[in-house]
Ligand binder design. Sequence first.
Ligand code: NAP
Length: 282
Amino acid sequence: MSEFTSNFNNFFRLDGKVALVTGGSRGLGLHTATAFLLAGAKLVIITARKAEGAQGINQAVERLNALPGITGRAVGIAANVAQLEDTQRLLGEIQKITSKLDILVANAGATWGGPFEPTPDWSSQKILDLNVRGVFNLARLFAPMLEAAGTSEDPSRIIVVSSIAGTHVPHTGDNGTIMYSVSKAAAHHLARNLAVELGPRNITVNTVAPGFFPSKLANGLIEILGGEEVLTKANPRQRLGIPDDIAAVMLFLAGPGGNYVNGVDIPLDGGNRLVQGSLAKL
Ligand SMILES: NC(=O)c1ccc[n+]([C@@H]2O[C@H](COP(=O)([O-])OP(=O)(O)OC[C@H]3O[C@@H](n4cnc5c(N)ncnc54)[C@H](OP(=O)(O)O)[C@@H]3O)[C@@H](O)[C@H]2O)c1
């Protein structure tokens, strides 16, 4: 019989853990924050720019704290993680409520789509500032807190939410997303570099690369490409991503069972990246 070092039943549990999820007010970030609390996390801090309103942090925190059976709690702190000063302020505010951080999910992201030549320069800047520079600064600023919480047996985790667009060329032409795709390729390689930089400091760094999950960010492009029905038929798994899919991969990377996984990209698209050619130029 094999003997496991850690408790088999806890491979995907997060009991006692403290996590920060950027872009946690909706979409994939909110699915992740939900999964972390249901898996036993002690404190899940979500951040996004807006605090108020139907898409803001406050409503998300309220819904998270009403999850049945949780023992931990969610806290929201508004911050723009594309701006260094705001990320520094976020760090200061987090240090006021917790002395340790075990998990950082760099999920907040921006996209822009449109024809190649008229691309406004502000759109490239916005994308690169959040999807690349912002992730680098988050990792840099939060590394000491993560290092303090990690051990060789149970390292702290950074999980970067990238995209299938970081390894493939999904959209050119009238609805091209070239700089988004470039930014996500950079995010993948940033995570690989960080895996080597931070591994010896007991912090693992991995990337999740989703395909289409209905969300505010994705819905416009989903409609332009023919809607959910068309994309569902094109996907080898015959569906788009659902909250369970991102939750399960996040728990694998964040939990004790994933502690030797470092510097990998996990495509989470039902295999769709392998059949994208027919939809590439719309
Ligand atoms: N959904 C998909 O199909 C899909 C596919 C591939 C990759 N992704 C990636 O998954 C991640 C999450 O996307 P999503 O689809 O869940 O998008 P979403 O539903 O639009 O959520 C984006 C989240 O990020 C926050 N945010 C945006 N800019 C921010 C900033 N500068 N600072 C802090 N927070 C910011 C938003 O809140 P505020 O607006 O209030 O700031 C919101 O909480 C992104 O990195 C995206 O590229 C998504």
